[in-house]
Every structure is written in C-alpha cells, then in structure tokens.
Design a protein around this ligand. Structure first.
Ligand code: TXA
Ligand code: MG
Length: 338
C-alpha cells in the first residue's frame, strides 16, 4: 500500500470513482461547498469506513448526496411542502434538508435518528459522479473530526492520505464553507447550520424568517451533533476583533505575553482588507475580501495560519450578511474552541 491515494479527474476519473463506490471503497469528491468523503450510502461496511477514517463518533449522522430532487422520495418518509419549496429553489446547491427518513434508510447513515440529511450538490463534477453512480453517496466533509474542512484535493490528500482510496479532483470549491442545514422534518422550519444559502435567501422563498439554532458548547442533547462549537477550528487560538481594534489587540498580546507556554507567540491577522498600524512581528495573511470572497478563502487561510506556525490568529470578520453570516459563524465556533 502506498501512502498517497489515487488522485483522478475528468470523465475517466469519474468512471474510476464510480467503480470505487460500487466496490465499497471511499471516494473524496469535490462539491461547491467543501470536499466530501464519500461512500455508497446503501453499503454499511463502506459507511463504517467513513466514520473510522474521519475519527468521527457514529452518532454523528452523514448527509446523503443525491443526483436530483426526484430521488428524495426514496430516502424520505414524507416530503413536507416546505421541503419541496426549498429543494425546488436551491437544488442543485449548497443546501441540506433534514427530512423524516424512509424505513429503508440504514441506521449506519443516520446514527439511528429518525431524520436523514439530503443534498443535491451544484458542483458539476459531483453531479456527474452522482448521475453515473445512480445511488446515494453518504459524505461528511473530508477532514479529520473537528478539524477545518478541505476546499481543494490537496487539502484532502494532506489530511487523509491513503486512507481514502480515490480523490476526485474538481479544483477549488467555489463557495468554500459548508452547506446550510435546514430541518424541515417537524412543524417548525429550523436552520441548524448557516452556510452557502443565506438565511435571507431562505426567508425570501419561505415567506418568513426561519429560526436559526445557535451553536452548542457540548455534546449532550445537542439538536444536531455537528452544531458543536468546537468544530471548524485551526490549531491557532482564534480571537475575533473589529477592524478598528485589531492593531491594538496585537500590541497588547505582544506586551502581555511575548512567550506562550515556553514557545514563541506568533501572531497572525486575517481581515477583509489590509490593516494599518500592525506591529512588524505580526504576520498579515492576504486579505480575504468581503462575503463570498471571504468564504472562498477562509479554510485555506486557516490552514495557512497553521503551516506558518501562527499561535494567535486575530480575525476581523466580514459583514454578517449573505454567506458572510456563515463565515462569522465558523469564526465564532473556532474562537469558542481555542
Ligand atoms: O457542505 C456540506 O454539507 C458538506 C459537503 C461534503 O456536502 N458536508 C458536510 O458534512 O459538511 P458534515 O458531516 O461534515 O456536516 C454535516 C453535519 C454534521 O455535523 C452532522 O452530524 C449533521 O450535519 N447531520 C447530518 N445529518 C443529520 C441528521 N439527520 N440530524 C441531525 N444532524 C445531522
Ligand atoms: Mg464537517
């Protein structure tokens, strides 16, 4: 066994990936949000391997990726009018719908819950793979449990190595943060995770603003296991600041504690636009821009911060509208866990 997976692309790559899924192997696939670690959702052994490789507790259910909304009927016991409306408006796209599951959906995918997460991704390579495969592909983000999601094939290879059989390279993910998860299984429509579809866009289609569930601090009875605040964190301690205060916060940190735990403190800054007045010791990462640009850059910048040995990353968030709200959410989770 080699220590690198086979990285494939193009129509031949898709064919190879489909064969791999059919024989119970793991395939990392590009989507417009982040890369997924995919397995045939109907194969319990293949899905068990996803949990093993990711190091993820089996009570954290997986999203099932489908080729089109018509396939929803095979996986859902009931498709509510709200589910239909949202699927029609946003699929293919960065939206996951939690619906009551059909009895035929395995516990190995849902962690024994009575709902299943379904998504038709918008990325053309993902869609081509799903169409050719024909079934559902169960896939969490293709990173180790609790770490930053991968937004390129190189990130997947760096994280998982040969533990994934095939990496289907579709280039950089166009959106760069995970899908919006909306629970449409009950009487109330609830946003469980903000993501590529903004709450404003959901409200436009629904005709009302859905409730947005806040991240939880600990596992316990959390509504969705993935809503844990501790997810989505780099190794660096993340500190959220406004553009006005970031230079002063950097100066204070340097004065207070020039050496953290015996190791030198390395301060970095991530901001929508370049910051004036930073001390020379501070590493300013390339500005991330606003909204969609920040989302696209976020996880690559967090990985870069780790590579540079940054111990304290001061983050100026983007404006919290559109996908900027999902970026702020991820920064808050990262800050809460470090
Ligand atoms: O953009 C995305 O959603 C990516 C791409 C690959 O599609 N996937 C992704 O999956 O982010 P994952 O597993 O990393 O995050 C999905 C979260 C998990 O925390 C999971 O526990 C939760 O959604 N989830 C999935 N199905 C659920 C269900 N039936 N009930 C409650 N939570 C669920
Ligand atoms: Mg994830």
């Amino acid at each position: 066994m080699t220590d690198t997976p086979s990285v494939v692309s193009g129509p031949e790559g898709i064919e190879l990936a489909v064969r791999a899924l059919r024989t119970g192997q793991l395939v990392a696939l590009p989507t417009e949000t982040v890369y997924g670690l995919g397995a045939d959702a109907s194969n319990p052994d293949a899905v068990a391997a996803v949990f093993r490789v990711k190091g993820r507790p089996t009570n954290h259910p997986l999203i099932v990726h489908l080729a089109d909304a018509a396939a929803m009927g095979e996986w859902a016991a009931e498709v509510s009018p709200g589910a239909q409306q949202l699927a029609a408006a946003f699929w293919p796209g960065p939206l996951t719908l939690l619906v009551r599951r059909s009895p035929s959906v395995g516990d190995w995918v849902t962690g024994g819950r009575d709902t299943v997460g379904l998504r038709v991704p918008g990325d053309p390579v993902a869609l081509a793979l799903l169409r050719s495969f024909g079934g559902g592909v169960a896939a969490p983000s293709a990173n180790r449990f609790g770490k930053v999601s991968p937004t390129s094939a190189a990130h997947v290879v760096a994280d998982l190595g040969a533990e994934v059989d095939v990496v289907l390279d579709g280039g950089e993910c166009s959106i760069g943060v995970e899908s919006t998860i909306v629970d449409v299984s009950g009487a109330e429509v609830v946003v469980l995770r903000q993501g590529g579809v903004s709450v404003e866009a959901l409200a436009d289609v629904l005709g009302f603003r859905p409730r947005v569930e806040q991240a939880r601090a600990a596992v316990g009875e959390a509504v969705a296991p993935g809503m844990l605040a501790a997810h989505y964190a780099p190794a660096a301690k993340v500190i959220i600041c406004s553009a006005d205060e970031v230079a002063a916060v950097a100066v204070d940190l340097l004065c207070d504690d020039p050496v953290a735990d015996g190791a030198p403190m390395v301060i970095g800054v991530l901001s929508p636009s370049s910051v004036d007045g930073l001390p020379v010791e501070v590493i300013e990462l390339e500005p991330a821009g606003e909204g969609a640009d920040y989302a696209h850059a976020l996880y690559a910048r967090l990985r870069q911060a780790d590579r540079l040995g940054i111990t304290h990353l001061l983050c100026v968030p983007p404006l919290p509208t559109g996908v900027g709200a999902a970026v702020l959410d991820r920064l808050q989770r990262a800050a809460a866990s470090s």
